[in-house]
Write a protein that binds this ligand. Structure first.
Ligand SMILES: NC(=O)C1=CN([C@@H]2O[C@H](COP(=O)(O)OP(=O)(O)OC[C@H]3O[C@@H](n4cnc5c(N)ncnc54)[C@H](O)[C@@H]3O)[C@@H](O)[C@H]2O)C=CC1
Ligand SMILES: O=C(O)CCC(=O)C(=O)O
Length: 435
C-alpha cells in the first residue's frame, strides 16, 4: 500500500446523482469553484474530492398544526458539509425557494468561509422551504420547534451550531435553544448563536455581518485609492446584512444612492439616509415611497453608477446576463453566492474588484464564534471589545488574501479558496481515513 499522496484525488466511484455537477443549482456553482482552486492545492489536491461530497445530509419532514386546525408539512434540511477543522457551523434559512442543492452549497460556503478567516469550525447550513410571510408567529414558533427536534439528532454545541440567516432572527434562535434544551434536559445556550443578548447572545452580533462588509469593503477601497467620503454605494437586500452595511457605510461618510429589497428599488442621487429608510420600512412594510427618493424598475438597479455595490439578498444575482452592465468599481458580497463563476470572469475583465462572500460576510460567523466562546465560559465581553476583535480578524484576513491574490495573480475569491481549502484539506489529510 502506498503512503505517498498521489497528485490527483483517488475518486474511483461516480458521484451520487444529487452531487452531480449536471444537477445544477447553487451546488453546481460550488463544484465549479472547487475546480477553479484545485490546480493551486499542490499535493492536497489528492483530498479535493472531500469538498465535493457533504459529510452529512439530513432531510426532515416538519409537520405542524396551522392556526385553522389543519396540518401542514414542510421540507427541512440540515447539511454538514465538512467537520475536518471543528464542529459544523452555519445559519438556518426560511424561504419559499430553499432546495437541497441550495443548502448544500450554503453549507459548503460556510466550510470555506470559516477556514478563510481561520475560525475553528467546519461548515453547515439548514433551511425550510416555506414563505414565512404567509404564516402567523405561532405557526412559525411551532415550525421552528418541530424542525429543531427533527435535526436535534445531529446538532449540539460541540457538533453543529445553527444561527440566523434569511428570514430567521434572534427570536427564532431563542426557540431553537429552548427546544434543544428541553429535549436534552439541560440549558444549552451554546447550541445556537445569534440569540437575544438576554439569553446568552453576544453584543454586536446583529450588526456583525454588515460591519464585516464595511471593514473589508473599506479596505478594498483603500487599496484601490477610492475615497470613502462621498463614495456612492448601492445595496441589494435591506435585512440584517444590507441595512447594517448601509448604516455603517453612511456613518463613515459614504452616500447610499440605491436600495433594493423584495418590494422594489429606490434611488436618490443626493443619497438616502438608511436610518430613515429603516424607520420607513418598519412603519410601512416597504422601502418604496421613501421621501426624497424615486422608484426604479427592479432591473435598473444593476445600471446604477456607484463606487461600491453590495449584493446582500440571495444567491445568483450577478450572472453573465447582467455582469457587463455593472458600473461599480468594487462589489462587496454581503450575500452568499450572489455572483456566478461566469459573472466573476466578466467582472474581472472589466476591472471590477469583487470582495467575495466567504470573506466579506464572515463578520457574522466571527461574532457567532465569540458568542459560542462566551457561552462556554459564561463570561461576556463588552461591545467595544467584540467590535475591536472582529475588525482585527477581518482586516488580517483581508490583507493576507490580498497578498495571496497578488502573488498568484488570481481574484480575491480564488485566493480565499486557496487559503481556505488548503486549511481544510491539511486537516483532512492529518486526520486520515478510518479504518
Ligand atoms: N444574517 C447573517 O448574519 C448572515 C447572512 N448572510 C447572507 O446575507 C444575505 C441576506 O441575509 P439576511 O440579511 O440575514 O436576511 P434577511 O432575511 O434579514 O434580509 C433579506 C433581505 O433580502 C431582500 N430580498 C429578498 N429577496 C429579494 C430579491 N429577490 N431581490 C432583492 N431583495 C430581496 C429582503 O427584502 C430583505 O431585505 C443572505 O445571502 C445570507 O445568506 C451571510 C452571512 C451572515
Ligand atoms: O453566524 C453563523 O454561525 C453563520 C451565519 C451564516 O449563516 C453565514 O455566514 O452565512
Amino acid at each position: 500500500m502506498t503512503t505517498e499522496p498521489q497528485p490527483a484525488s483517488a475518486a474511483p466511484h461516480p458521484l451520487p446523482s444529487y452531487l452531480d455537477p449536471q444537477h445544477l443549482g447553487p451546488w453546481g456553482i460550488f463544484l465549479e469553484q472547487v475546480e477553479r482552486v484545485t490546480p493551486y492545492l499542490g499535493k492536497l489536491a489528492y483530498w479535493a474530492e472531500t469538498l465535493k461530497r457533504p459529510k452529512r445530509i439530513l432531510i426532515v419532514d416538519v409537520p405542524i398544526h396551522l392556526d385553522d386546525g389543519t396540518v401542514a408539512h414542510f421540507e427541512g434540511y440540515r447539511v454538514q458539509h465538512n467537520t475536518s477543522r471543528g464542529p459544523a457551523k452555519g445559519g438556518v434559512r426560511y424561504h419559499q425557494d430553499v432546495t437541497l442543492s441550495e443548502v448544500m452549497a450554503l453549507s459548503a460556503w460556510m466550510t470555506v468561509k470559516n477556514a478563510a478567516v481561520n475560525l475553528p469550525y467546519g461548515g453547515g447550513k439548514g433551511g425550510i422551504r416555506i414563505d414565512p410571510r404567509n404564516y402567523s408567529q405561532g405557526e412559525i414558533e411551532r415550525l421552528t420547534r418541530r424542525y429543531t427536534t427533527e435535526i436535534g439528532l445531529i446538532i449540539g454545541p460541540e457538533k453543529d451550531i445553527p444561527a440566523p440567516d434569511v428570514n430567521t432572527n434572534p427570536n427564532i434562535m431563542a426557540w431553537m435553544m429552548d427546544t434543544y434544551s428541553m429535549n436534552t434536559g439541560k440549558t444549552s445556550t451554546g447550541v445556537v448563536t445569534g440569540k437575544p443578548v438576554s439569553l446568552g447572545g453576544s453584543l454586536g452580533r446583529s450588526d456583525a455581518t454588515g460591519r464585516g462588509v464595511f471593514v473589508t469593503g473599506a479596505q478594498a477601497m483603500q487599496k484601490l485609492g477610492i475615497p470613502l467620503e462621498g463614495a456612492r454605494v448601492a445595496v441589494q437586500g435591506f435585512g440584517n446584512v444590507g441595512n447594517a452595511a448601509a448604516r455603517i457605510f453612511h456613518d463613515h461618510g459614504a452616500k447610499i444612492v440605491a436600495i433594493q429589497d423584495v418590494s422594489g428599488t429606490v434611488y436618490s442621487d443626493a443619497g438616502i439616509d438608511p436610518y430613515r429608510a429603516l424607520e420607513h420600512l418598519k412603519a410601512t412594510g416597504s422601502i418604496l415611497g421613501l421621501d426624497g427618493s424615486e422608484q426604479l424598475e427592479r432591473d435598473q438597479f444593476w445600471d446604477v453608477t456607484c463606487e461600491v455595490l453590495i449584493p446582500a439578498a440571495l444567491e445568483n444575482q450577478l450572472t453573465e446576463t447582467n455582469a457587463g452592465r455593472i458600473r461599480a468599481r468594487v462589489i462587496v458580497e454581503g450575500a452568499n453566492g450572489p455572483t456566478t463563476p461566469a459573472a466573476d470572469d466578466i467582472l474581472r475583465e472589466q476591472g471590477v474588484t469583487v470582495v467575495p462572500d466567504v470573506l466579506a460576510n464572515a463578520g457574522g460567523v466571527t461574532v457567532s464564534y465569540f458568542e459560542w466562546v462566551q457561552d462556554f465560559s459564561s463570561f461576556f465581553w463588552t461591545e467595544d471589545e467584540i467590535n475591536a476583535r472582529l475588525e482585527r480578524i477581518m482586516r488580517e484576513a483581508f490583507d493576507s488574501l490580498w497578498d495571496v491574490a497578488e502573488r498568484h495573480k488570481v481574484t480575491l475569491r480564488t485566493a480565499a479558496y486557496i487559503v481556505a481549502c488548503t486549511r481544510v484539506l491539511e486537516a483532512r489529510a492529518l486526520r486520515g481515513l478510518y479504518p
